[in-house]
Design a protein around this ligand. Structure first.
Ligand code: DAH
Length: 357
């Protein structure tokens, strides 16, 4: 190998081993092996050599290029490991430090949780207590005792998720509850009137499109006493709507409807001016006077006790109140969405302090 090649190899290896960082190393690589680099330049001289020298020269330059490439790679690996260590050191987080107040993207309360708490706050103020029931419910409580016997068309309308029963079992199948109404039954079976409860929870239906998700949230209300009447129902729901939408007055429309567990039954709309969109009606809930059969199914005498019930979609009223356009985005778990629509964990909804401030 010519002394010229040996000298070049020495120079290049020295440059490579002293390159201080990845950027400097890349510059060395370009000046050595790049299109106009020193090694390709040597190769270009090949044409000027006498034929008997060409082969040896070509092999020597190729060998030089291979060795330079290898030392570039070795150095690159070493520098990368070093760079990573530096980066880790620089970005070290001391998790024992106290929380920095007002830090950027802190945790957020989901609008469903926010509205759940707001609704509870309003009804608690009216003297309601909170009742709960399981998400996996018996067919009897989800349907039969609510005056929805087997073969009743309402069972089909509910698009129920049935749980697979044990092989050989003769028990009625369990279902994922299709509504929070079974909590009415559980409450009446467990406690004597007067009853005044709300029951927020998750419910499930085999339904999925732009306005339906297989899991969603409802809040059930139940009042049972000796002299409860439709006027109490209307007053309660009107007061609720005013408090919830944080307006002094709200237009309500009670539309005749049908539910197997109430008679009479009503769907309730609010005038959309409450959310700044005058001229439209928006349905917010179903309600009615509890059907005598339901009261009887719970071991109470319908000639003595009567009352009202309602069921409301929490997600739906959250979307209405906070202008959330897409139901499915509610459950997509996208943090950017939550930072936009979520609430501060330190602002607890309270009637005194403002529900949503
Ligand atoms: N359970 C009904 C549903 O999911 C909603 C409902 C309507 C609940 C009327 C009630 C009621 O308590 O009285 O569609």
């Amino acid at each position: 190998m010519s002394t010229e090649l040996v000298a070049l190899e020495h120079t290049l290896v020295a440059e490579i081993t002293t390159a201080a960082d990845l950027k400097a190393l890349e510059e060395v690589r370009i000046s050595a092996l790049g299109k106009k680099g020193r090694v390709p330049e040597l190769m270009a001289q090949l044409g000027k050599l006498p034929p008997e020298e060409k082969k040896a020269f070509g092999q020597a330059v190729n060998g030089l290029r291979d060795r330079v490439t290898t030392s570039l790679e070795t150095r690159k690996t070493a520098l990368s490991a070093g760079a990573l260590l530096e980066k880790l050191k620089a970005e070290r987080v001391d998790v024992t430090l106290p929380v920095r107040a007002g830090g950027g993207h802190d945790g957020r309360i989901h609008p469903v949780s926010q509205v759940w708490d707001e609704v509870i706050e309003i009804f608690a103020d009216m003297g309601f207590s909170i009742a709960e029931g399981p998400d996996i419910e018996t067919d009897d409580l989800n349907f039969t005792k609510l005056n929805i016997p087997e073969e009743h068309p309402a069972r089909q309308e509910h698009d129920t998720f049935y749980m697979r029963s044990q092989p050989g079992s003769t028990d009625a199948p369990l279902v994922l509850r299709t509504h929070t109404s079974p909590v009415q039954i559980r409450t009446m079976l467990a406690q004597k009137p007067p009853i005044r409860i709300i029951a927020p929870g998750r419910v499930y239906r085999l339904d999925s499109d732009a306005t339906h998700t297989p899991m969603f949230h409802q809040i059930e209300g139940l009042v049972i006493d000796k002299a409860t009447h439709l006027g109490h129902l209307k007053w309660t729901l009107t007061e609720f709507a005013k408090a919830f939408f944080e307006v002094d007055d709200v237009k309500m429309r009670f539309r005749a409807s049908h539910f197997p567990f109430t008679e009479p039954s009503m769907e309730v709309d609010i005038g959309a001016e409450a959310i700044g969109k005058p001229g439209k009606w928006l349905e917010i809930l179903g309600s009615g006077m509890v059907h005598p059969n339901v009261i009887r199914n719970c071991g109470l005498d319908p000639d003595v006790y009567q009352g009202f019930a309602f069921g409301m979609g929490i997600d739906r009223i959250a979307m209405l109140k906070y202008g959330i356009p897409d139901l499915r985005a509610m459950f997509a778990g996208d943090l950017r969405w939550l930072w936009h629509y979520g609430f501060s964990a330190l602002d607890m909804p309270s009637l005194a302090g403002g529900l949503s401030s």
